[in-house]
Design a protein around this ligand. Structure first.
Ligand SMILES: NC(=O)C1=CN([C@@H]2O[C@H](COP(=O)(O)OP(=O)(O)OC[C@H]3O[C@@H](n4cnc5c(N)ncnc54)[C@H](OP(=O)(O)O)[C@@H]3O)[C@@H](O)[C@H]2O)C=CC1
Ligand SMILES: O=C(O)CCC(=O)C(=O)O
Length: 429
């Protein structure tokens, strides 16, 4: 059996930062479009980067210094949009990459937003609810000039949720002097959130995964899937694939992995996670070493956790036929190359996981209209946007002989560049 041990070179490669990965894809896209080096450089840089550092009072009376960021990559198409992540791994390199991917994602889906991302370098598990509230409110105050319904609209990401969005909404509204519903998305329904937002990213990933299976392998009922990550995105993907008749044969979270070749009982697993907060201890499955399930045989592999999990050191072990990126940046450029050479199709993040920002846009539009859409309307409009983006990217990839990531990025960069040129011409030389 192949070994998952990494060579020294592969370990180095696996550490290729997400920003470097984003820059390489950008270079490929600008070269394909014949854009000048000045233009490439314009999109390689972020428009605005804010770093903040502040003390937070802990429940025991001590203080901790917390560091965070908010980055706007490009705002040619509209206000900066993107999630806020609370994770120990947050650094400026990661946030830059994530903000650039937001620019391309919004452009690809035809949403009038630019790209942003933010985060705090904390492990939210180390903080009580009251401490998290103080951290979030202080971060919001530090960025009160940066955020705004027409300027920069945060949303949930790793380690954040609707409650964090509610605190941002409240703190921002206090500073602004009025209730600003449009300043965040992914907020609770009671505060103007949208029906369908909680499952939107997972629903979009599932639509794209089913479309990819239909295109490449045939009818999805009875197909098999592995889902990495069982958080806001991964759990919903497992649920919706299961509901669509796909056998989810393995799942993992930060601490454990579970598999069952006959298909996991996802509703029972959801009840278990609801009760215990983690996958560990679920009875109806085999407990596995966490990352080993990535290399099980399946039709679909959906990495829906963190960056860089598929890389040069392990991509040769993947036995899935289609990888659908629920997470942002789960595949490094070298991992991508290895998967491509092996004929494994990779559906890129900026297409596959765009359902979240699509429904965030619907939420923002509803807040601005002061009128709530039904869940059915939200879901139909989401499905229509996702499938039309999938068809567009697939046709372009086939016509231009590009892989799906290159095709999606070329389409997105050309969209942004057209707007950028109309607003402010970028001249080479
Ligand atoms: N939320 C959204 O709307 C969107 C999210 N995304 C992207 O999707 C990804 C997941 O985000 P989201 O679901 O919101 O985040 P959550 O914090 O809700 O969930 C993250 C999940 O990943 C698990 N995890 C962390 N590290 C690993 C690991 N090494 N192996 C396996 N599982 C791991 C966590 O496990 P544990 O709970 O045990 O720590 C948790 O189950 C991120 O890349 C995010 O940027 C993209 C578009 C929109
Ligand atoms: O819903 C949003 O606005 C942003 C979601 C996000 O951060 C992402 O798509 O990576």
């Amino acid at each position: 059996m192949a070994s998952a041990t990494l060579s020294a070179a592969a370990v180095d490669e696996a550490r290729t930062g997400p920003h470097e990965a984003a820059l390489r894809t950008l270079r490929q896209a600008t070269e394909h479009l014949g854009l000048s080096d000045v233009v490439r450089q314009a999109y390689a840089h972020c428009k605005r980067e804010v770093a903040v550092s502040f003390p937070v009072r802990m429940d025991d009376g001590s203080s901790r210094i917390v560091t965070g960021y908010r980055v706007h990559h490009n705002t040619a198409l509209g206000p900066a949009k993107g999630g806020i992540r609370f994770s120990q791994n947050v650094d400026i390199d990661e946030v830059r990459a994530l903000s650039m991917w937001m620019t391309w994602k919004c452009a690809l889906l035809g949403i009038p937003y630019g790209g942003a991302k933010g985060g705090l370098a904390i492990n939210p598990r180390d903080f009580s609810k009251a401490e998290l509230e103080r951290v979030t409110r202080r971060y919001t105050r530090e960025l009160a000039d940066v955020f705004g319904p027409d300027k920069d609209i945060p949303a949930p990401d790793i380690g954040t949720d609707q409650q964090v969005m509610a605190w941002i909404l409240d703190e921002y509204s206090v500073v602004a002097g009025h209730l600003a519903h449009g300043v965040v998305t992914g907020k609770p329904l009671e505060l103007g959130g949208s029906l369908g937002r909680a499952l939107a990213t997972s629903r979009g990933v599932t639509e794209i995964a089913l479309a990819a299976v239909r295109e490449e392998l045939g009818e999805p009922v009875g197909a098999t899937a592995i889902v990495q990550g069982f958080g806001k995105v991964g759990e919903g993907v497992a649920q919706l694939l299961h509901e669509a008749g796909v056998r989810v044969v393995a799942v993992s979270d930060e601490f454990a992995a579970l598999s069952n070749v006959d298909g996991l009982d996802i509703p029972a697993l959801q009840l278990h996670v609801g009760e215990h907060g983690r996958l560990e201890g679920f009875a109806g499955a085999t407990a596995r070493e966490r990352d080993s399930v990535l290399f099980d045989e399946a039709d679909l592999l959906v990495p829906a956790a963190v960056e860089g999990v598929l890389h040069e050191g392990n991509a040769h072990l993947v036995r899935a036929r289609i990888v659908v990126e629920g997470a942002n940046g789960p595949t490094t450029p070298e991992g991508d190359r290895v998967l491509g050479e092996r004929g494994i199709i990779v559906v890129p993040d900026i297409l596959a996981n765009a359902g979240g920002v699509v429904v965030s846009y619907f939420e923002w539009a509803q807040a601005n209209q002061g009128y709530r859409w039904s869940e059915q309307v939200v879901e139909e409009r989401l499905q229509q946007r996702m499938l039309s983006a999938w068809n567009r990217v697939k046709a372009f990839a086939d016509n231009e002989d590009l892989d799906l990531r290159a095709a999606a990025t070329v389409l997105a960069v050309s969209e942004v560049h057209r707007a950028q040129q109309l607003r402010e011409e970028l001249v080479a030389g």
